[in-house]
Design a protein around this ligand. Sequence first.
Ligand SMILES: Nc1ncnc2c1ncn2[C@@H]1O[C@H](COP(=O)(O)OP(=O)(O)OP(=O)(O)O)[C@@H](O)[C@H]1O
Ligand SMILES: [Mg+2]
Length: 154
Amino acid sequence: MRWSETCLSEQLGIDPGKELQQLYLRILRQDPALTLDPPVLATEPAAVKHNLPAQVTSFNGRDWEMIEVREMITEHRLVTLVGGGGVGKSRLAVEVAQNVLDDFPDGVWLVELPPLVQPGITAQSLAKALSLGEHPIVPLEEVIEDRLKRKKRS
Ligand SMILES: Nc1ncnc2c1ncn2[C@@H]1O[C@H](COP(=O)(O)OP(=O)(O)OP(=O)(O)O)[C@@H](O)[C@H]1O
Ligand SMILES: [Mg+2]
């Protein structure tokens, strides 16, 4: 205030106006109304818990298979669905995954593995699905392992 008063007086030859004087007094009195509210930070988006595709068609039948696969993934770390092309292996897997979301507080992730002719990019596909980037020193497989071993199921 003193500085602006000096500037106004010396450079323009005028005195500070009434509003500026009142503001100066309010600052001296530490008027609480002048306190700025802390900025409202954007709320953190809810943690994404899966990347399962939304289905555009309803799921029919397969009641028994749903129960069976659900039980199997509870008991085993790796479960493979086999069957002829187009019989519904992927759809069944995704439907089960949707149904067990609550059992996995860290989420459930679909990884579309590349064709077997490109086995070298399996780790990249996994990392991409899990939103993991390459580390300058640590091999990608270890980065994935480190992330996954901290995930849990309820
Ligand atoms: N139970 C079901 N109810 C409704 N649609 C289904 C069901 N099972 C499969 N489908 C549909 O049939 C099509 C083929 O299913 P899906 O892709 O799961 O077969 P797949 O066995 O994984 O085939 P591929 O061997 O080519 O990988 C998809 O459009 C899928 O949505
Ligand atoms: Mg499939």
